[in-house]
Design a protein around this ligand. Structure first.
Ligand SMILES: [Zn+2]
Length: 446
C-alpha cells in the first residue's frame, strides 16, 4: 500500500464513522427560573453559523445533535436576522443591543480612520458586572479582540492570537477556548455567578484541512461547504463538552445562549463567504437558549434580530435597564408565552465591509437590498419566501414595493442616528492581530 492510498483509507474510515448522538449532561431538577445575581450566563457566538446548517432549523444532516437537543430542552427563535454582515459590527451589535449604525462601527471611513465600540456604550459585560457577576470574555476571532472595544466590563479578557499555519495548527478552536474558560471558572470564587462570552471561530473560513477527519454521517466531498459542515459538527460537540464540564463543577443554574453574528455563502447563493453580501445564506442565523427553570421545546416563529439578544437576556434575568434605550426588543416573555410578544415586521441589516454602505430590509416575504447610498444606488428585490436562492430580481416589476421599502429605510435611518463614535488608534494594535485578520481574509487594516 502506498502512503497515498494508506492516507486515503484512514480518511475514508474516519469519515464513515457515525455522528454521535447528543451528549449533553442531564437537565438538573428543582432550579428556579433565571435571576440576576444567582444565574450564570454562558453566551456563545459561533461566528459564521448559518441557521440552515443546524438540525433544529431544518438541516437533514445530523451535524448538530447537541444544539438540536439544547433547543429541544429550551427555546429558539425561528427567523433571526443579524444586524451586521461581518464579525466586528455584528458582535458589537450583539453586545450592546444597538444596531451597528447606532454604535457607528461600520461605515465608509476617511483615510486612516478606524472604528471601535466607544467607551460610552454599555456592553452586556458591564450590565452584569455591575450586578456582581464575574465576567469572562474569550475571543477566537481577531475581529472580536480588545482593540475594537470589546473588553469593556470584563474581569478576564483573552484576545485571539493564533494563526493557521498548517494541517493541524489552527486558530483557537472550541477546545482551546473551553480549556481557558474552565481554568477561569475553577479560579472564580465559589457561589459567584459568571457571565462568559465566547466568540468561537471554528466555522469561519479558511477551514483547517484536518476538518476532513471529523467523523459525521455525511458523505465526504472535497468542497468547502463540506469542511464547513464538519467544523460545525466539531463546534457542536465542543459546546456539549463545555456544558458537561460546567455540570461537573455544579454550575447548573445556567442560562445558555447560542447564536451567530452572520451566516456564510457557498455556491448555493450569490456570493462566497460573508462581509459585503446580505442574501439568505449570510442573514439567517440561529438563536437558541436553555435554562433548567424554563420550559423546553418552545419555538417563536416571528422575525427577530440579533440586536434583540441582549435586552432579552437582561429581561430573562430581571435586570431593569432603567431609561437606557436599546434598539433591540426584550422578547423574554416569549419563552413562557410565545404569542405574547410582538416580533418585528421587518429587519434591517447594514454592512460597509468593502467601504460601500449597503443596506438590506428583510420581511417575511421580501428581501430588498440597496447596494450603496443615494437614489442612484443599485436596488435588488427578491421574493425570498418562494425564491430561496434569490435568482429572480424583481425591482423593475415592483416599483411600488421599492418605493415603500425606500420610505421604510429612510424612517429607520432617521430613528437610528449614530450615538457616539469610537476611534481606534491603529498603531496600538499588535502585529499578531493584523496578521490574523489577514489570514481570515480581512486584507486591509479596518
Ligand atoms: Zn463572524
Amino acid at each position: 500500500m502506498t502512503l497515498r492510498s494508506a492516507l486515503c483509507a484512514i480518511v475514508l474510515a474516519a469519515c464513515q464513522g457515525s455522528a454521535k448522538p447528543a451528549d449533553l449532561p442531564p437537565v438538573p431538577e428543582g432550579v428556579a427560573p433565571p435571576e440576576a445575581g444567582r444565574t450564570s450566563v454562558l453566551w456563545i457566538e459561533v461566528c459564521s453559523l448559518r441557521a440552515d446548517r443546524v438540525g433544529a432549523y431544518g438541516n437533514r444532516w445530523p451535524i448538530s445533535p447537541n444544539l438540536d437537543a439544547l433547543a429541544a430542552r429550551g427555546m429558539r427563535f425561528e427567523h433571526v436576522v443579524p444586524a451586521g454582515a461581518w464579525t466586528r459590527p455584528s458582535v458589537a451589535s450583539l453586545r450592546t443591543g444597538l444596531f451597528p449604525r447606532s454604535v457607528d462601527i461600520d461605515r465608509p471611513r476617511a483615510e486612516g480612520e478606524s472604528l471601535k465600540v466607544d467607551d460610552s456604550f454599555v456592553l452586556s459585560s458591564e450590565w452584569l458586572h455591575d450586578r456582581g457577576y464575574r465576567t469572562i470574555g474569550l475571543s477566537a476571532n481577531p475581529n472580536g479582540n480588545r482593540y475594537f472595544g470589546f473588553d469593556q466590563g470584563f474581569d478576564v479578557w483573552v484576545d485571539s492570537g493564533k494563526l493557521y499555519t498548517g494541517w493541524f495548527e489552527h486558530r483557537e478552536d472550541v477546545h482551546d477556548v473551553t480549556d481557558r474558560l474552565l481554568a477561569e471558572i475553577d479560579a472564580s470564587p465559589e457561589g459567584q455567578p459568571f457571565l462568559a462570552h465566547l466568540l468561537l471561530s471554528d466555522a469561519h473560513h479558511p477551514y483547517p484541512r484536518s476538518a476532513m477527519l471529523i467523523p459525521t454521517d455525511m458523505p465526504w466531498m472535497p468542497a468547502d461547504q463540506n469542511l464547513y459542515d464538519r467544523q460545525v459538527r466539531k463546534v457542536d460537540a465542543g459546546i456539549a463538552r463545555i456544558l458537561r464540564e460546567l455540570d461537573a463543577r455544579g454550575r447548573r443554574d445556567l442560562l445558555v445562549v447560542v447564536t451567530s453574528d452572520h451566516g456564510e455563502g457557498f455556491t448555493d447563493d450569490h456570493a462566497q463567504w460573508h462581509g459585503a453580501e446580505m442574501y439568505n445564506a449570510q442573514t439567517w442565523v440561529p438563536w437558541i437558549m436553555a435554562h433548567p427553570g424554563l420550559p423546553g421545546g418552545v419555538v417563536v416563529p416571528g422575525l427577530v434580530q440579533t440586536v434583540d439578544v441582549l435586552p432579552t437576556v437582561l429581561g430573562l434575568l430581571g435586570v431593569d435597564p432603567g431609561d437606557y434605550r436599546f434598539d433591540g426588543l426584550d422578547l423574554h416573555a416569549a419563552w413562557t408565552a410565545p404569542d405574547s410578544v410582538q416580533t418585528r415586521p421587518f429587519a434591517v441589516i447594514q454592512t460597509a465591509y468593502d467601504e460601500t454602505l449597503r443596506t438590506g430590509l428583510v420581511d417575511p416575504t421580501w428581501r430588498y437590498l440597496v447596494q450603496g447610498e443615494g437614489p442612484e444606488a443599485p436596488r435588488e428585490l427578491y421574493r425570498w419566501a418562494t425564491d430561496w436562492q434569490e435568482r429572480q430580481e424583481l425591482s423593475a416589476q415592483e416599483p411600488e414595493l421599492v418605493a415603500r421599502f425606500d420610505a421604510l429605510l429612510a424612517t429607520w435611518k432617521e430613528a437610528h442616528p449614530p450615538r457616539a463614535s469610537g476611534y481606534l488608534d491603529e498603531a496600538t494594535v499588535d502585529e499578531g492581530t493584523w496578521k490574523a485578520l489577514q489570514e481570515l481574509g480581512y486584507l486591509e487594516r479596518n
